[in-house]
Design a protein around this ligand. Structure first.
Ligand code: NAD
Length: 499
């Protein structure tokens, strides 16, 4: 077996892309290797094995990629008609569709999400591409009345903002990169993407596929490497017009700081600690799996995970019991195990962080219902933590207030709808949230009362680009999806014509 072939419970799986000795950046339509030795290791979080060596970028690589993106923005790409960009997006839709199995395997191996889940991500990514293809042909300004004397005609035009710096987290880059790629290609912008070191491979592979499918050289570039070097240089770069960032609130603050010199436009999708509110009249057959997967999907490494589960007091014990039973049905395993529903955490660092919080939860006096330990046995070389449920949590405990980004649910009791809303809002984040109730007026009261960018009723985590998704408070600003999304890749030009 070669170094990069993977031994999985279902047999050896070969992924040709991973057979390369080194993965370069993707700049100006070419794979760009760095000088010898400047690489970092991509490891498989299921077992710690070396998966690939990836070029470790520096400031010069960013400069080169930004120059390529600028040249492309000002070159023939700027002459493409909306229909040409739309047709390109349709071709990309088909190319991504055809190549999804390879991409799903790369993502599973690089970030640890089980293959059954990375396969399921295909529908969402394809929907996003279709959404942006439709948007490409729907960019419009307005003709406006004016109060000026004489024969003056006034209107607005929409124009692409220019070079976009896209900074991407590790918790699902295969899908999440499309929020940037789609908008860039629909509007005629260009981009330099900076994936997270922990999971760069699917972004690098997609860039190649885009180029093979007809995206002109320089339109989409990718530079891998550490955030504090390449990410911060991109955020401060004088020739980058806008930053689209998804990541932690802490890094978001650094991006604001780095971008202030050049007054960049920013989109910041940041951390979360979302409330999931279960009323006693909820259909528990739906609420138990819904709220449980709202926390444990992707092993809790989801920004909008509903980790603060507020349960109305009469059903707290029944809810705890049923969640503990449901958790036992979730198979945890190697990311290439076809049966696995939950995989490992991304890294040793993430594992340590999650285990620290579990210790904190115990010390704070929360009651451990299930989980609480690292998984050993066959999975002891990977970063696996058992889905962990704490009950008797108070909203002021650290496990209820701080983003753990791992498989830890905090169950907090409440009595009235007003109390649930007050507790739900008593947090610095405002990303997602949900309410489970058979009473629509109760549900709507919560939807209106909770200060978050997205709310779900009797479901969790549904996202459609036509509708969108966004945050408020410390969870950032700038919608993903909907008409507002594309608008932030365009600027408005007011035109006065003196006839
Ligand atoms: P992170 O902030 O550490 O890293 C995100 C990206 O920023 C990475 O590419 C990283 O290399 C880069 N980066 C790090 N330091 C930088 C700097 N100084 N300047 C520029 N770039 C820098 O976050 P993470 O650990 O990769 O992801 C987890 C976080 O992301 C969680 O807080 C999660 O809630 C959040 N997240 C939010 C959303 C959302 O849509 N709101 C989606 C996914 C993840």
């Amino acid at each position: 077996m070669s170094q990069t072939a993977v031994q999985a419970p279902g047999g050896d799986v070969s992924v040709p892309f991973l057979e390369r000795a080194e993965h370069g950046h993707f700049i100006d339509g070419q794979i760009v290797l760095t000088s010898a030795g400047r690489t970092f290791d991509a490891r498989n979080p299921s077992n710690g094995d070396l998966l690939a060596r990836v070029a470790q970028g520096d400031e010069a690589d960013i400069d080169r990629a930004v120059a390529a993106a600028r040249a492309a923005f000002e070159g023939p790409w700027s002459e493409w008609t909306p229909y040409q960009r739309q047709a390109l997006l349709y071709r990309l839709h088909d190319a991504i569709d055809r190549n999804w199995e390879e991409l799903a395997r790369i993502e599973a191996l690089d970030m640890g999400q089980p293959i059954s889940r990375t396969r399921m991500g295909k529908a969402a990514s394809l929907r996003m591409i279709l959404f942006f293809a439709a948007q490409a042909a729907n960019i419009a300004g307005e003709t406006l009345q004016n109060g000026m004397p004489g024969d003056v005609t006034t209107m607005t035009l929409k124009a692409p903002v220019g070079v976009i710096g896209g900074i991407i987290p590790w918790n699902g880059p295969l899908g999440s990169q499309w929020w940037i790629l789609g908008a860039v290609l629909a509007t005629g912008c260009t981009a330099v993407l900076k994936p997270a070191e922990e999971a760069s491979l699917s972004v690098l592979r997609v860039a190649e596929l885009l180029h093979e499918t007809g995206v002109p050289a320089g339109v989409i570039n990718v530079v891998a490497g550490p955030g504090r070097v390449v990410g911060s240089h991109l955020a401060a770069h004088p020739d980058v017009d806008r930053i689209a960032f998804t990541g932690s609130t802490e890094t978001g603050r650094k991006i604001i700081e780095a971008s202030k010199g050049t007054i960049k436009k920013l989109q910041l999708e940041l951390g979360g600690k979302s409330p999931d509110i279960i009323f006693a009249d909820a259909d528990l057959d739906k609420a138990v799996p819904g709220a449980t997967m709202g926390v444990f999907a992707n092993s809790g490494q989801i920004c909008f995970a509903g980790t603060r589960v507020f349960v109305q007091r009469p059903i707290v014990e029944e809810f705890c019991k049923r969640v503990a039973e449901f958790v036992q049905t979730l198979k945890i395993g190697d990311s290439l195990d076809e049966e696995a529903v939950l995989g490992p955490l991304i890294s040793q660092k993430q594992l340590d962080q999650v285990m620290d919080y579990i210790k904190v939860g115990r010390e704070e006096g929360a009651r451990l219902v299930t989980g609480g330990e690292r998984i050993g046995g066959d999975l002891s070389d990977g970063f696996f933590v058992a889905p962990t449920v704490f009950a008797d949590v108070r909203n002021d405990m650290r496990i209820a207030q701080e983003e753990i980004f791992g498989p830890v649910m905090s169950i907090i009791p409440f009595d009235t709808v007003e109390e649930a809303i007050a507790l739900g809002n008593d947090i610095e984040y405002g990303l997602g949230g949900a309410v489970w109730s058979r009473d629509i007026s109760t549900a709507l009261k919560v939807v209106k009362g909770i200060h978050t960018g997205t709310m779900w009723v009797n479901c969790y985590g549904l996202i459609d680009p036509l509708v969108g998704f966004g945050g408020t408070k410390l969870s950032g600003y700038g919608a993903k999806g909907g008409k507002a999304h594309l608008d932030t890749y365009l600027y408005t030009k007011c035109v006065y014509i003196n006839g």
